[in-house]
Ligand binder design. Structure first.
Ligand SMILES: Nc1nc2c(c(=O)[nH]1)N[C@H]1C(S)=C(S)[C@@H](COP(=O)(O)O)O[C@H]1N2
Ligand SMILES: [Mo]
Length: 194
């Protein structure tokens, strides 16, 4: 049919421009995979907030949330409907005392990876410190025991092997942001590189 030559494929509005959906769950890790047991895991809160730390048990004692969200990697793949369980950042922050001057956070990871977020993005709906993927402990390759999930931004903001949350005054680039990635990374605005 002639009309079809110019007709665009129907597009799913949940898939951002420039992304292709995959049914696999690729593993995207820069450098070696850090191995941390649940027993040794510690999440340290520092910078412009009262210093404290959460053990695995501390984290499990907080209210838990299940959510299913799409996962968009800047390297052009998206995995739809991934199910995570963990503690919402809004819930976690009820137990923190950030200084009113804090405007951004840096996620720190076992192995040295970092990534930055504004406080608004950190506390956005559905942002989570996650420990279950599809109802099971997150496999080490996917960031277990504990990673963040920031579903409204590209997946490099979803830090695997989380070890710390630093509250900061002003923004500072994390690992990929220092290497040319966008400071914010909204997939629906294609904020891939700066
Ligand atoms: N600590 C750490 N976190 C990380 C990364 C990494 O290399 N190290 N890669 C990021 C990138 S680019 C993506 S796409 C997602 C990939 O998560 P996955 O390996 O579970 O698919 O993790 C993000 N978090
Ligand atoms: Mo990525």
């Amino acid at each position: 049919m002639l009309g079809n030559i110019f007709r665009k494929e129907p597009t799913n509005p949940k898939v951002p421009a420039g992304q292709s959906v995959t049914d696999r769950f690729p593993i995207m890790t820069y450098g070696p995979t850090p191995r941390v047991s649940q027993e040794d895991f510690e999440l340290r809160i520092f910078g412009l907030a009262k210093e404290r730390s959460f053990s695995w048990r501390d984290l499990m004692a907080l209210p838990q949330t299940d959510m299913t969200k799409d996962f968009h990697c800047v390297t052009h793949w998206s995995k739809m409907d991934v199910s995570w369980t963990g503690v919402l950042t809004t819930e976690l922050t009820k137990h923190l005392e950030p200084d009113s001057s804090a405007t951004h956070v840096m996620f720190h990871c076992y192995g040295g990876y970092t990534t930055n977020l504004s406080i608004e993005d950190f506390l956005a709906e559905n942002c989570m410190v996650a420990h279950k993927l599809g109802g099971k402990d997150i496999a080490v390759e996917h960031g277990g025991p504990v990673r963040t999930i920031i579903p409204h931004l590209y997946a490099w903001k979803s830090a695997k092997w989380l070890s710390g949350i630093e509250f900061m005054r002003g923004d500072k680039p994390g690992f990929w942001e220092r290497n040319g990635y966008h400071m914010r990374g909204d997939p629906f605005k294609e904020e891939r590189y700066s």
